[in-house]
Design a protein around this ligand. Structure first.
Ligand code: G3H
Length: 539
């Protein structure tokens, strides 16, 4: 297998022509105040997780470089965002909903034209398969379409006046201010845009810093951002987090902090803000979602869902199933079927047909996963699948580790990669206690058919996690469903409709329902004297 793994990395001329990157892409552009600036300072090399064979050696492919901006440029971006917001009086926050939607629609039209380029970079930068990269791109476009639809609905429902206890009022959602949006490397386009687009459409101004990996793929979109939004409304910066983002937070001028990453990263940045009560945070953080397979579960279905749940994109999803609790009476059969399925997963390069397992983008990840497996072995577990844990350069073949117990790091640490810890259990109370005592609270998956037993488990988890999946893997979608978490897993709820809410606040104009007040209100509305107090709505 080790030899087989070595040969999964291609030589340059074995890479199909449409996917080749013959010369590294040197990005020097960044976007501030509607101006495409050129960076003349140092650059950050972008190394693909893909190694390429050169003679007898394998070399990590350098695919480009991005600007290493400093706090000076990021504060410049902040200044322009603050000016564009202009204490809520800027062009963008005061623009009509219809006009703001038109800007986003034009952006989407331009974005669609970049699909091929963005997908190719997704494949090279983070090793995501072509199919999954295309899915990520299309899902993001759909998300924007649905966000526009949801915003129109929100606007329609706010167009009417309410009467209550002798008061009449109009209640609308208005922006919060300057938003800082940062996404994760595993969904560098989709997850970032699930905060960036709602932030923009609600009238906030934005500073966007791309993820740690998956940076170059934003480049094809820079011009569309520049063309379709007024100066200062969207600013895109690059560089080391601590230096660029740290100074933004320290300034106290960021009103909304949208961050998808680790809870440690979020804590470190949040505590830099001098006025924490003025900072609204929307966070998607760590998770250790368990699957619990009960004795009467449909085993084929459970195995199927646990395979995709734990190994889609090599387990690098925040929603991935990261620990499997299998009832002892069926654990051997489960493992047998699970391992059969793992052995059939195709390792390869992101552009290979039907590939499932691909190289990992994080430096040191293979060593980290090996460390977790070795730690489990120390406490009595083994790797029980053929070739499990074998690795070459950035590629790590999935390791199924059994039996896992509470002494092992794999029991509580989020591996975020292709290692699948399996814990046998006798009493349902064991996985229940695991969830209750976990630091994380994103999702759980229960597999079973005995309705009474399943219901008891569901009820045990409703106050622990954000979503309980029955006979299905954990996941974020459909994007209209609420996506959140408890404890160290999240702050705030995202869904298409919820994202519009988290990036806005309700403001109302209220008055006592007297004849003279009614007259003033109706004259304002009839003569279109206010942008806020208005019963017009978009079809
Ligand atoms: O990484 C976290 C993502 O939100 C997961 O989304 O469940 O659709 O893969 P997904």
């Amino acid at each position: 297998m080790v030899t087989q793994l070595t040969s999964i990395f291609p030589s340059e001329n074995n890479i199909p022509q449409p996917y080749q990157i013959p010369t590294p892409i040197e990005q020097r552009e960044y976007l501030i105040n509607g101006e495409m600036k050129t960076w003349t300072g140092p650059l950050n090399p972008v190394l693909s997780p893909v190694f390429v064979k050169e003679g007898e050696h394998y070399v990590q492919k350098l695919i480009g470089s991005t600007p290493l901006l400093t706090s000076k440029e990021s504060l410049e971006a902040l200044d322009t965002a603050v000016k564009a917001y202009d204490l809520g009086h800027g062009l963008w926050p005061t623009m009509s909903v219809t006009e703001r939607i038109e800007h986003v629609e034009r952006f989407l039209q331009n974005m669609r034209a970049t699909r091929k380029e963005v997908v190719k970079l997704l494949m090279w930068e983070i090793g995501k398969s072509q199919k999954d990269s295309e899915r990520e791109f299309d899902r993001t476009c759909d998300y924007i379409v649905d966000t526009i639809k949801a915003y129109k609905e929100l606007d329609r429902s706010s167009a009417k006046l309410v009467e209550e206890q002798g008061f009449m009022a109009q209640i609308r959602r208005v922006p919060l201010g300057v938003s800082l949006c940062m996404g994760p490397y595993n969904y560098p386009l989709n997850e970032t845009f699930t905060t960036l687009i709602p932030a923009l459409i609600m009238g906030n101004t934005v500073i966007f810093k791309p993820a740690k990996y998956g940076v170059l793929l934003i480049r094809p979109l820079l011009e569309s951002f520049r063309q379709n939004f007024p100066p200062g409304v969207i600013n895109i910066i690059y560089g080391r987090g601590r230096e660029t983002v740290g100074s933004l937070m320290e300034s106290g001028k960021v009103d909304v902090f949208a961050f998808i990453g680790t809870n440690k990263g979020a804590n470190d940045l949040k505590r830099l803000h001098p006025k924490p009560h003025r900072l609204k945070a929307i966070l998607g953080l760590d998770a250790k979602n368990p699957a619990i397979v009960l004795p009467d579960a449909d085993l084929d279905n459970a195995v199927n869902e646990c395979i995709t749940g734990s190994l889609s994109f090599n387990g690098q999803r925040c929603t991935a199933l990261k620990i499997l609790f299998i009832h002892r009476s069926i654990v051997n059969e489960f493992i047998k079927r699970f391992n059969e399925r793992v052995s059939k997963l195709k390792p390869g390069m992101p552009w290979d047909d039907d590939v499932t397992l691909t190289p990992l983008p994080e430096p040191g990840k293979v060593e980290y996963l090996t460390e977790l497996v070795d730690d489990a072995k120390k406490y009595g577990a083994s790797v029980i699948n053929e070739n499990g844990g074998e690795h070459q350069h950035t590629f790590f073949f999935p390791a199924v580790v059994y039996p896992v117990n509470e002494k092992m790091r794999l029991y509580s640490e989020e591996q975020f990669g292709p290692v699948i810890p399996i814990v046998p259990f006798d009493d349902d109370e064991e996985p229940i206690q695991y969830v209750l005592n976990s630091n994380f609270g994103q999702q759980v998956s229960i597999f079973g058919t005995d309705s009474k037993r399943v219901a008891r488990m569901m009820d045990a988890f409703v106050n622990q996690v954000g979503r309980i999946n029955l006979n299905t893997q954990s996941q974020r979608g459909p994007d209209t469903f609420p996506f959140n978490g408890r404890k160290d897993s999240a702050e705030g709820t995202l869904s298409i409709a919820d994202a519009l809410r988290v990036f806005s606040i309700r403001t109302l104009v209220a008055t006592k329902s007297t004849d003279s007040n009614k007259q003033i209100m109706s004259s304002i509305i009839r003569n279109h004297e206010s942008a806020f107090l208005s019963t017009d709505y978009i079809f």
